[in-house]
Design a binder for this molecule. Structure first.
Ligand SMILES: [Cu+2]
Length: 655
């Protein structure tokens, strides 16, 4: 909770959105002028993926050492909303090689905020599992006039090299943040010393964020991010990426009324994704598989609060209107040796126009009780603009048309009560999502997880879920403990079903699955976290979680975390902070045989790290996977092994 406070004080300078309205379940500070504790032991040099993995409800699906896919409450991208400063961005890879989070760098961000479950941030649409908003770094007006950060990092396993430089300038009328980052690695060694082929990557990121104060009450702000990854290997897949490029831009106008704030932002982003299998040996049929995603959008957010100053009664209200248009296209050309090339459209240039209205009310009833209500109604239309793709799919679905529309919504309520040293909250929500482009219109997309080719189904119903959640925490000066639980009851859960009448297109595929709705499914999560300040210098933090997922026949859903734990002992002495961490998973007993999942064994690893602050220089060093254990977690795609022993050294200078 402390971190939420820190974030507010950073953003108050230029944000018109009261932080209270956002009801952040968790905020991870990536940077805060060097003063906030950064939860990742690697500091700013850590990748976004490593930062995300620190959040309580988040796991990462790994297909290589780059561009991991965040999973919230055991739900993947389709059931989440990921936005960057409220902007919608859609990935351009039919194989999910490029989650939205891969197009930004740690150095671009102020923080990452997570809203768990159906109570999403105002711009979130279709979030059932949760919504992530990546908040860009903004120094704001009248802050530190000049600030320069330089960072360099090296990891011995895989020779990862990270270099970054960013500068911030702030005045009464204008501010600017700008920076450049690069990150590159060779293939890494798994535990035991074996090299994992195709685990290399390199990327470059440039960004600028600027604001101009037009009048005392009007502010204009703009963002530009250019991110390009090249030569990215995906050891868990059959193909690599020669180029994944993101161009993200926005212009926003903020006006402050006497008792309200109003922000309107227009944005555009373009993602280009080029897959490549030419570096792989023994490829039976070479394939070219490019993807392209363009999104234009806007949102307009009005926030206000009113109440009774005598008592603590207060309403914090946010009303958000948003609109976006996304075009998604992917195709595939196969080159069977000697024969003529074969061409297929895999995403038929789908244009999605989506518009929604969200309302949030945070009610402080008195000093002990608060109530939070949120809801959103969204409408979307989709058109299949590519004739070849449309007619290809129509062969399988003769009744389909080239245009569809869906209405989705969500509503959530929660009540918090605090007494003495304890806090209690209980909440409930309902929400629905439209099928993703892959689920509705994907054409022969090979899934290496279960070795099936997947066909989209344009006749899918919207998926919906009813959520219940509760939290209880108790703390005194030395000890705190918190229990979190949530359960999602799904209706029309979308997942692939085997269609024995169809035969696979991809060499080596087992068959074809078509997306369909399960009558019902359930996902439940419980976690327990504890903090103990043992002495003035010594602290302990522990976390334990259990999850459950089952389909309509009581069989396990895929990619549900087994029992997981983490224990950290921290010793703080003058300018040195050192940490011993043990983390692990139990054996994945309830793996989804039915959905092609294989069992994952139990594992434990030990990490050591230390941070030393020497005036403007921070030195971070550590050893990950100290005992060079060979292991993979349940969310490592095709059980690709994790990194073996790894020594890192990161230097950051803040001037
Ligand atoms: Cu791809």
């Amino acid at each position: 909770m402390l971190e939420t406070v820190l974030l507010t004080s950073v953003l108050l300078a230029d944000s018109l959105v009261p932080d209270k309205v956002q009801n952040l379940d968790e905020v991870l500070i990536v940077s805060y002028e060097g003063r906030a504790k950064q939860r990742s032991v690697k500091g700013q040099v850590a990748s976004i993926d490593e930062h995300l993995g620190e959040l309580r409800n988040v796991n990462m699906v790994r297909r290589g050492s780059y561009a991991w896919e965040p999973v919230v409450n055991n739900m993947q991208t389709e059931r989440l909303s990921t936005t960057i400063d409220g902007m919608k961005i859609f990935y351009a890879c039919t194989d999910k090689m490029d989650p939205v989070t891969s197009y930004v760098e740690s150095g671009n961000l102020q923080s990452i905020s997570l809203n768990s479950g159906l109570d999403g941030n105002p711009q979130a649409t279709g979030n059932i599992g949760g919504s992530l908003d990546l908040k860009l770094r903004k120094i704001g007006f009248e802050a530190n006039p000049r600030q320069i950060n330089l960072s360099a990092g090296h990891e011995w396993n895989g020779h990862l090299q990270v270099y970054g430089a960013d500068a911030a300038f702030s005045g009464r009328r204008a501010y600017l943040n700008t920076g450049v980052f690069s990150r590159a690695a060779d293939c890494y060694q798994e535990g035991g010393g074996q090299l994992l082929n195709y685990s290399q990557f390199s990327k470059v990121n440039l960004f600028a964020n600027a604001g101009v104060r037009l009048t005392d009450t009007d502010v204009l702000e703009s963002t530009v991010i250019f991110d390009r990854a090249t030569d990215v290997g995906y050891p868990a897949l059959n193909m690599d990426v020669s180029k994944a490029q993101g161009f993200i831009t926005s212009l926003s106008f903020k006006h402050r009324f006497s008792k309200a704030g109003w922000e309107t932002k227009a944005y555009y982003n373009h993602i280009i994704h080029i897959m490549d299998d030419t570096t792989r040996p023994d490829v039976a049929i070479h394939m070219d598989m490019p993807g392209d995603s363009r999104t234009t959008g806007l949102y307009s957010l009005l926030t206000t609060s009113f109440g009774d100053y005598e008592s603590s009664y207060q309403h914090d209200i946010a009303v958000n209107y948003d609109l976006y248009y996304n075009r998604l296209f992917a195709d595939m050309t196969m080159y069977p040796g000697g024969a003529a090339p074969m061409y297929m459209v895999t995403w038929p240039d789908v244009g999605t126009l989506n518009t929604g209205l969200a309302v949030t009310d945070n009610v402080s009833i008195d000093e002990r009780q608060s109530l939070r209500l949120s809801g959103k109604l969204a409408w979307q239309q989709q058109r299949l603009n590519n004739e070849e793709g449309y007619s290809g799919q129509k062969v399988f679905f003769p009744l389909m048309t080239d245009s569809y529309h869906q209405t989705t919504g969500r509503i959530a309520a929660s009540y918090q009560f605090s007494i003495f040293n304890s806090q209690f909250s209980i909440g409930s929500g309902w929400g629905s999502r439209a099928p993703s482009v892959t689920e509705a219109y994907g054409y022969y997309l090979n899934n290496t997880f279960d070795q099936y080719d997947y066909m989209g189904n344009p006749h899918l119903s919207n998926e919906s879920a009813f959520e219940l959640n509760s939290q209880f925490s108790i703390q005194n000066s030395e000890f705190s403990i918190s229990v979190d639980a949530n359960v999602f009851f799904f209706k029309d859960y979308i997942i692939g079903h085997l269609d024995p009448r169809l035969s696979a297109m991809t060499v080596g595929a087992e068959g074809v699955k078509v997306y369909g709705n399960l009558d019902h499914a359930t996902i439940a999560n419980v976690s327990l976290t504890a903090d103990w300040q043992i002495t003035g210098n010594l602290a302990w933090n522990g976390k334990f979680s259990y999850s459950h997922g089952s389909d309509d026949e009581g069989d396990p859903l895929p990619l549900i975390s087994p029992i997981a734990w983490r224990s950290r002992l921290q010793y703080n002495y003058h300018r040195l902070l050192s940490e011993l961490e043990v983390r692990g998973n139990a054996r994945q007993k309830n793996y989804a045989v039915k959905y092609g999942e294989t069992e994952t064994s139990a594992w434990n690893i030990v990490n050591l790290s230390a941070v030393y602050q020497l005036s403007v220089l921070s030195i971070r060093a550590g050893i990950e996977n100290l005992f060079d254990k060979k292991y993979s977690s349940y969310s490592d795609w095709n059980n690709i092994p994790q990194k073996g022993r790894n020594i890192f050294l990161n230097l950051t200078v803040e001037l």
